[in-house]
Design a protein around this ligand. Sequence first.
Ligand code: MG
Length: 343
Amino acid sequence: MRIPATYSIQPRTFHFRQPAGTSRGVYTTRKSWMLTLKAADGTEGKGECAPLPDLSYDWLPDYEEKLQRFCQLLIEKGSIPVAEMLPYPSMLFGMETAMLHLQRGSAALLDTPWSRGEEGIPINGLVWMGRIDEMMARIQQKLDEGFQCIKLKIGALGWKEETAMLQRIRREYDKEEVELRVDANGGFLPNEAPDVLEVLAAYGVHSIEQPIRAGQWDEMARLCRQSPVPIALDEELIGWHTRSERAHLLDHIRPSYIILKPSLHGGMQGVREWVELASERGIGSWITSALESNVGLNAVAQLTASIYGPGISLPQGLGTGMLYTDNIPYPLEMRGQKLWFKP
Ligand SMILES: [Mg+2]
């Protein structure tokens, strides 16, 4: 068992190939803090700490100082100060990644059929927000590349145009051919959501993420009870750090699915806990990355393979690693709709 003897923290700015339209505006760059741990024998472990501006619980002005303090604690204790780090999920995730990398001495952080290169993980094709005709062209491109599950952002362009787009998609592809997941990022009001859900059901949509803003538990619980389309929670899960808080949220809202991002929802150990609590309650889940570079994406995928594999059939949300012009090279590769690791 290797123990980290020293650490270093390197801020990095990554540049998007194309400006990325998200629910929080348009990003052209992305800042991460790369953490390197070094053992006495010279072995290094790298992890990425990547909070999302205005969304992460630990997006803080003194981010780097906090991370420094946790690294000092890590070196003193020889293990991750998990209890202290619960409110800092992106730092925890980066540190978990770096520790696994240090232990294994390889980017294959967890030993799974996926990390041995024996199988791929199916992922959804994410279509960025844009004008309707741009989005239609991007959907076609994803289908040509072999994706069968498409994820669309809705609730931002105008519901009329979005309905027209769903209609156009369904005129060409039925739900056996293309699984459609939509993400509203909280874009609808509780009183308009029921009609939206009816329309989505009519177009055979697989699920909707976060139809209304987080923090409205009673309204969300009512929608989950009545919705003809399965509802998935994402932002709702941010900021709940203990097992009992997480169980309470799931028991109160009773969603069909939860969508887990290690950087936002408690690091690797937090995601494992969420998945366990969900499956005890008959709630489905999948894992997604959160615009990390390849260092973080690899860690998210390693975790995904370890939790759900082997033979994952539900598409996961693992971005293709093609996001940045200056990404860090990693042995990750897309083949059709599957993400592979090349050991
Ligand atoms: Mg989402």
